[in-house]
Design a protein around this ligand. Structure first.
Ligand SMILES: Nc1ncnc2c1ncn2[C@@H]1O[C@H](COP(=O)(O)OP(=O)(O)O)[C@@H](O)[C@H]1O
Ligand SMILES: [Mg+2]
Length: 258
């Protein structure tokens, strides 16, 4: 399967994150698993990328290695101009905190804190003051202005994930990563959250990388990269849910005949 010619259209844009020949091997000997096999990929600034592929294809591993949450076996990763491989643990923690936003399937909010306190918690821990104007923009965008004093238990799942999106955006990160961010949501709340992620790219110029196995979630992205057995096997620009579904079926049928 070849990449469409338009795949290179805006390759000149600055790179928010880049993996080069990135490999990750778990275990040794007979139990060894190659979770990533020399993956090279750019995530450009102002772009929304979805990472898709069958269960076990390496999606979470790729995200975790690029986001500095996990070590890798070989190759290199850079966030902006910073090579992750050169950083000590403490510097890596700092980089994650200052430059990266995270959204996970589980909302990971602190139950005793209000929505507002949850949103600014990472910055409070880091001893940084959020830019009030930016914070207001973010909170308005995710429609939480009238829920700020609520605690997580008083919010729906969709609203809790909106708090998590605002929390990820609060520090104006260089790049945001989501691992199945809509995996725990009904389709309506999921669509809302995906809309906010897309708006954060289109309207606020953010960069988003999202792991998903849902073709309709992937259709919110500007680009989909497909993983299989730890390798990137295809890329699709301006994806539609039907287009992504068809592509996944092709992989399935190839898998059966080979
Ligand atoms: N901590 C781990 N120890 C051993 N193997 C792992 C570990 N994490 C993931 N793997 C293996 O690496 C491969 C890729 O996993 P993962 O990145 O979680 O895939 P995906 O997110 O696409 O489902 C799988 O074969 C998985 O079993
Ligand atoms: Mg996964």
């Amino acid at each position: 399967m070849t990449t469409t010619p338009t795949a290179t259209a805006h390759r000149t844009t600055a790179v928010a994150a880049r993996a080069t020949e990135l490999s990750k091997v778990y275990g040794q000997g007979e139990t060894q698993v190659v979770a990533l096999d020399r993956v090279s990929v750019d995530f450009r600034q102002g772009e929304f990328t979805a990472i898709m592929g069958p269960s076990g294809s390496g999606k979470s591993t790729l995200m975790h290695c690029v986001a500095g949450l996990d070590s890798f076996s070989s190759g290199s990763v850079r966030i902006g101009e910073t090579e992750l491989g050169t950083l000590k643990d403490k510097q890596l923690t700092q980089l994650r905190r200052d430059k990266i936003g995270f959204i996970f399937q589980a909302f990971n909010l602190l139950p005793t804190l209000t929505a507002a306190e949850n949103i600014t918690l990472p910055m409070d821990i880091a001893g940084r003051k959020p830019d009030p104007e930016w914070l207001k923009t973010v909170i308005d965008m995710v429609g939480l202005s009238d829920r700020l004093s609520h605690r997580p238990a008083q919010l729906s799942g969709g609203q809790q994930q909106r708090v998590a999106v605002a929390r990820a955006l609060a520090s104006r990160p260089e790049i945001m990563f989501g691992d199945e961010p809509t995996g725990n949501l009904d389709s309506r709340s999921g669509a809302e959250v995906l809309g906010f992620l897309r708006n954060s790219v289109r309207e606020l110029g953010q960069t988003v990388v999202m792991v998903t196995h849902d073709p309709s979630a992937a259709s919110y992205a500007d680009r989909v990269i497909f993983l299989a057995d730890g390798r990137i096997v295809d890329e699709m620009l301006s994806p539609t849910a039907d287009g992504v579904l068809d592509r996944m079926k092709e992989f399935d049928s190839k898998g059966r005949t080979s």
